[in-house]
Design a protein around this ligand. Structure first.
Ligand SMILES: [Zn+2]
Length: 106
């Protein structure tokens, strides 16, 4: 974040003049001239089909969770399968991260 050196308000990087005190803002050597960093994507070193792992594990967990509560009360049948879907997808993401850490970087 850039601040005006005079009145210490936060200013937009594209502004050349402070809107409050009208002084010329110094644009040289500041963080504004730095190029935007490339966003690092999660497990970007793996092929696209590896990214289906969380989907598959989530759906598997959903199926298992649904099967486990077939004979239970309606509340449990409502809550437990989505919970399994979330946890299964999360475990799939962890698995994807582990696989990604073992693969060589491109
Ligand atoms: Zn100012």
């Amino acid at each position: 974040m850039i601040f005006c050196p005079e009145c210490k308000i936060a200013v937009d990087p594209e502004w050349t003049i402070c809107p409050t005190c009208s002084i010329l803002l110094d644009q040289t050597g500041g963080p504004t001239t730095r190029p935007v960093e490339e966003v690092e994507r999660y497990a970007s070193n793996l092929a696209w089909f590896y990214h289906l792992i969380p989907v598959i594990t989530g759906l598997m967990a959903l199926g298992i969770g649904d099967y486990l509560v077939t004979d239970s009360n309606p509340l449990l049948r409502t809550i437990f399968p989505p919970f399994c879907l979330i946890v299964g997808g999360w475990l799939g993401l962890i698995l994807l991260g582990i696989i990604s850490s073992y693969q060589s970087q491109p």
